[in-house]
Design a protein around this ligand. Sequence first.
Ligand code: ZN
Length: 401
Amino acid sequence: MPVPASSSFDQEAMLQGLLEWVAIESPTNCAERVNRMISVVARRLAELGAAIETLPGRGGHGDAVRARFSSAEETPGILVLAHLDTVHPVGTLERALPIRREGDRCYGPGIFDMKGGTFIAVEAMRQVLQTHGKTPLPVTFLLIPDEEIGSPTTRALIEAEARRSKYVLVPEPAQDRGRLITGRWAFARFILTARGQPAHAGANTGSGRSAIHEMAQQILRIEGLSRPQDNVTFSVGTIHGGTFVNVVPLECSAQVLAVAPSQVELEWIRGTMLDLAPISPGVEFRVEEGPVRPLFEASSGTLEIFTLARQLAREIGFEIEHGSVGGGSDGNFTGAPVIDLKASGFVATVFTPTANTFWSPRLCRGPGSSPACSPNSAERLRPACAVRPERSERPGDPRPG
Ligand SMILES: [Zn+2]
């Protein structure tokens, strides 16, 4: 596709537009707010000419939206796969992470993961349409409400839409130095439940069986299975247990996120977790599987599209690399071995803004720091702005999904 001569990104206007999105807090567990956020983006896409279809949320989660831009020819097209939920609870804006700007950095909940990338993708689409009227391939934006908890209600939708597409672009944040993500490790979640025997902790001293005590031992055992040098990690992220301080706790539950860099390691993790037995006598302990993000490995199609992206980046004047990382995303579903890439003919890759800290109060985005902010980059689908590294990641640091 020829490069449009007249397109240009107005970074200041884009940042202001993005901050309006960031001001709408949209944690996954608050369907009403996620819907508000998604409807703002859907409205914007409708203004640009997309046909909007709202797919009602299930299980208390927000709605998904499919926005289609038709092309001259009805053929498999480009899927832009974006989630608009965040991990930041309502109230984060007022307390932990208010919107603020410091030099070339901006801070706010979800600005990095992934409202920034989504905003840039929408703006890129606007510029392409402005220049060409129509795209050679149809473009579909799929807006997801529950990615941060593993997309339990939208996985089938994502896979079906990916099968229909020739290319999948996921505007998640890129890795250090702007590396594009062409593969992601597998994530497996597990729900742990311990059930003890209640007793009055003060009156019946020494009797009862504590579910919390059992869980504490299990957590040490499970996290002790981590092999960070092999990028295999187990992390217990939530725990709930007990009712009153004077009652030996009857129940305790926890959730584990395990990361595997290969199918073999994923199978080992599953087998090991599902085989766990109680440690204390007289206590029940159960492990159930939660949502899994399958391994996303670069196919030849993925590498083909990366080669194209690198060529375009060079024309603009910068170099890009690519690689496989942790931090599952919805891209895991589109690039997973469960889908026959040859049969469906689609490839997946990830074009994203750059930064290297997730979800800390230093989440940020720095306008003006990337050569891709130059005119003519709309069709590059390369996000406009990069962020300077805040800290170096340890190899094998699990990235959140
Ligand atoms: Zn994300």
